[in-house]
Design a protein around this ligand. Structure first.
Ligand SMILES: NC(=O)c1ccc[n+]([C@@H]2O[C@H](COP(=O)([O-])OP(=O)(O)OC[C@H]3O[C@@H](n4cnc5c(N)ncnc54)[C@H](OP(=O)(O)O)[C@@H]3O)[C@@H](O)[C@H]2O)c1
Length: 382
């Protein structure tokens, strides 16, 4: 038996207007009948990740947020500062659904055998628009979870698990033997610590407080460098020497850190050289910026990098397209097999769609602080 499907369900939308206002609203959205290869999923849990916050609030100044109502549903408005409007040009006046991933139960299915086979199953979903009570998706966009999987356990199957696994894939495919990771006490960072321990990959974790260092050591991290300490750069270089790391994934993006990673890798490589070269080492060093936790410009002082280095961006989806369906399936299979161990996400707060629009709640989850992950449960009352 599956739940009956109502004709409409709540959906969260984010819109930046041409006159520099953000509107985050809830609307009653019709639930369409599924086509042959589609299913209707009752969304039970969907996480709030930094990438969701980027779409949800855009460049708005959320300290100016004001809560009102529209058509009987909550509405939050906020100002977008003039400096932020340029980055909003591509989305002006468009009401955008939010929420990259989630989990739920298939409550209706199209006529195809593949869709019918999913009826009543618990699935994890990727494909956007998850901050909604119902989501219609193609069968291929669902990943079946073992019966009895709790919605919270299945909510974050894709974004952070696949990105952390992708980092180790990049390492192998690009010929590196160790990894460096920043903002390493993040949800994703803790997954990476567990993967690397399990797979025997040396990992240097960069954090910004003693509490974060302690947290990571508590789950088994061996190399932790704290950027708040005066000897940070010496410690980081020593860890580059010890691990031989020549590849880093930087979630922060802004400021000096990406350049410091390249400098410390080069300093470690120079220590391994037996003869001096004025061009520096010939060890290739790669830093990928894969997040924008600090929106300030990236500052590089390339004098200390040598000439064999690269700094580029990294995004999960194009990487998955590049490695192909078979390799992606292998990564997904590992996520399902280790869902409640390596890839477990912990949520400190479970909130309803209505609560997600309350300014005090927004202020809390928009801090993106270590160990305070919020989960939206679209059918929770209140
Ligand atoms: N490129 C991709 O395809 C991709 C895919 C998935 C995730 N990501 C990125 O992965 C990162 C981690 O995601 P998550 O969900 O694991 O994050 P999370 O659990 O919400 O944790 C965020 C972490 O970042 C730290 N942080 C925030 N602002 C910072 C700053 N300016 N400088 C240094 N540290 C800062 C926080 O520490 P405090 O407590 O000290 O604030 C916290 O430890 C995000 O940047 C996200 O965008 C990228």
């Amino acid at each position: 038996m599956t739940d009956p499907v109502p004709s409409t369900g709540l959906q969260l939308l984010s819109r930046v207007t041409k006159d520099a206002h953000l509107e985050v609203s809830l609307i009653d959205q019709p639930v369409p009948a599924p086509r042959d290869d589609q299913v209707v999923v009752k969304v039970l849990a969907t996480p709030i990740n930094p990438s969701d916050l980027g779409l949800l609030f855009g460049a708005a100044d959320m300290s100016s947020a004001v809560a009102t109502t529209r058509d009987g549903h909550p509405l939050v408005t906020a100002d977008v500062p003039p400096g932020g409007m340029r980055a909003m040009a591509g989305r002006l006046d468009e009401a955008m659904p939010v929420g990259n991933e989630g989990s739920g139960i298939v409550v209706a299915a199209g006529a195809s055998p593949a869709a019918q086979a999913l009826l009543g199953k618990t699935v994890a979903m990727l494909g956007g628009a998850m901050y909604a009570q119902y989501r219609v998706l193609r069968v291929a966009e669902c990943m079946v979870l073992p019966d009895g999987t709790a919605p919270a356990d299945g909510a974050s199957c894709f974004v952070n698990p696949l990105t952390s696994l992708a980092m180790t894939e990049v390492m192998r495919r690009e010929g590196h033997t160790a990894l460096v990771h920043t903002a390493a006490a993040s949800n994703l960072g803790q997954m990476l610590v567990k993967i690397c321990l399990k797979d025997g990959i040396p990992l240097v974790n960069v954090v910004r407080s003693p509490a974060q260092a302690e947290l990571l050591r508590g789950i088994g991290a061996v190399h932790v460098a704290d950027s708040s300490q005066p000897d940070f750069l010496e410690t980081l270089t020593a860890m580059m020497v010890e691990t031989g790391a020549t590849l880093a994934f930087d979630a922060i993006g802004g400021g000096k850190l990406a350049g410091q990673l390249l400098s410390c890798m080069e300093a470690a490589a120079v220590k391994r050289m037996t003869t001096y070269s004025r061009y520096g080492s010939d060890t290739f060093k790669q830093v990928y910026i894969y997040g924008g936790l600090d929106v300030a410009p990236t500052t590089l002082n390339r004098n200390s990098f040598g000439f064999s280095w690269s700094l580029s961006g990294f995004l999960l989806t194009p990487f998955l397209v590049k490695i192909g369906a078979e390799a992606v399936q292998a990564l997904k299979d590992r996520v399902v097999a280790e869902l409640t161990t390596t890839f477990a996400s912990h949520y400190t707060h479970e909130i309803s769609l209505v609560e997600a629009l309350q300014p005090d709640v927004i202020e809390a989850y928009n801090r993106r602080a270590t160990g305070t992950k919020y989960l939206i449960c679209p059918h929770k009352a209140g």
